[in-house]
Ligand binder design. Structure first.
Ligand SMILES: *Cc1c(COP(=O)(O)O)cnc(C)c1O
Length: 365
């Protein structure tokens, strides 16, 4: 059996460090916003090359709080991709804003800068690109649009911790960026967690207040906030993994490149690296008209595989009424042919060969 992600193998490597840290936390009973959250925020800010990093309860909350802090609210239009996880659009909805879904680049699956520009109206307040599957979106073009049209740039970097473009970390380029530490993400906790980063002192101060019931001083509340803090125990785990994140991402890149090399002669479309930035392969996603047959064969051999994402957001039940007039041909085509293979730093070359042989058996019997 080969799972999509092998979290167990990763745990074995950091077991001693994690167990020591957890035992210490339990011993000290500093469970909320304790020393590990503070240290992790410092270490993450330094790694990401950004002034402020604020731990929150999830990636969804990170995006939600970033939007509030950047002043996005009722009736504002936020341009984003429909080929993403629902949380990107949920965060926009939470603040009363309107997600405006535009099409993607057929090769990178990332939001198309040309499509963004065509969708800008007088109500547009922000662009929220997603660095999908770990590949940086075209930030040079997107930054230029933000400057030209005076828009906020809030990055959904939930799948791209450690990916960079033009020497900058994804998430740390715009006004604010959000990361998720959901266990299967490139930097994953042992539960939920998230992070907001920003270079703005003002935005950072707002996020710190919002995550903690709108309070700067205990029992004095200035705004309606939330209970959305990064958990101290999760911070212990994240600190151990952050030290190794480059090694993990390098491992993912190795897996991806070996897959692509071994499948070069097969009639399917392997992931495209646009060369603009460093792709950290949160997912290894291919396109094939024979997706169903390939996935059936993999399942028969107990090999994990999945479709990210089978239904683009504008076609989800929750959005289909308000998006009735929208058609996104590239997004729609990709969602009917894409599928993802197991990827994690601990997938062996032997397993990769095995997976490719099964796919070869379907496509070139
Ligand atoms: C995982 C993810 C989120 C949400 O993160 P959670 O920590 O699960 O709340 C948001 N956007 C994208 C693109 C994601 O992959």
């Amino acid at each position: 059996m080969i799972p999509m992600v092998n979290l167990k193998a990763q745990y074995v490597e950091i077991k001693d460090e994690v167990e020591r840290g957890l035992a210490e936390t339990i011993e000290n009973c500093a469970f909320i916003l304790g020393p590990n959250v503070q240290a992790f925020e410092k270490e993450a800010a330094s790694y990401l090359g950004v002034k402020h990093a604020i731990g929150v309860a999830s990636g969804t909350d990170a995006l939600h709080l970033a939007l509030i802090a950047e002043g996005i609210g009722a009736g504002d239009e936020v341009i984003t991709s429909a080929f993403t996880f629902i949380a990107t659009a949920e965060a926009i909805k939470y603040v009363g804003a309107i997600p405006v879904f535009v099409d993607i680049d057929p090769r990178t699956f990332n939001i198309s800068p040309e499509a963004i520009e065509s969708a800008i109206t007088s109500k547009t307040k922000a662009i929220m690109p997603v660095h999908l599957f770990g590949q940086p979106a075209d930030m040079t073009e997107i930054l230029q649009l933000c400057e030209q049209y005076q828009l906020k740039l809030i990055e959904d970097a939930c799948q791209s911790f450690g990916a960079s473009i033009n020497g900058k970390q994804t998430g740390a380029i715009g006004h604010a960026g959000g990361y998720s530490f959901f266990p299967s993400k490139n930097l994953g906790a042992f539960g939920d967690g998230g992070l907001v980063v920003t270079n703005s002192d003002e935005t950072a101060a707002k996020i710190k207040q919002l995550r903690n019931h709108g309070s700067n001083v205990r029992y004095y509340h200035d705004v309606i906030g939330y209970n959305s803090r990064l958990d101290e125990m999760q911070a212990v785990i994240l600190r151990a993994k952050l030290k190794r994140i480059d090694q993990y991402n390098q491992g993912r890149r190795h897996v991806a490149h070996l897959y692509s090399e071994l499948m070069a002669d097969l009639p399917l479309i392997t992931p495209y690296e646009d060369g603009l930035g460093v792709h950290v392969y949160h997912q290894y996603t291919l396109l094939s008209d024979r997706r169903d047959a390939i996935m059936q064969a993999l399942q028969d051999h107990q090999i994990g595989c999945a479709v990210y994402y089978p239904v683009p957001l504008h076609q989800q039940n929750v959005f289909k009424e308000e998006c009735a007039d929208i058609s996104l041909p590239v997004t729609e085509h990709v969602s009917t042919t894409c599928f993802s293979l197991p990827i994690c730093p601990f997938l062996s070359d032997e397993d990769i060969h095995k997976i490719v042989d099964i796919i070869r058996g379907v496509l070139k019997p």
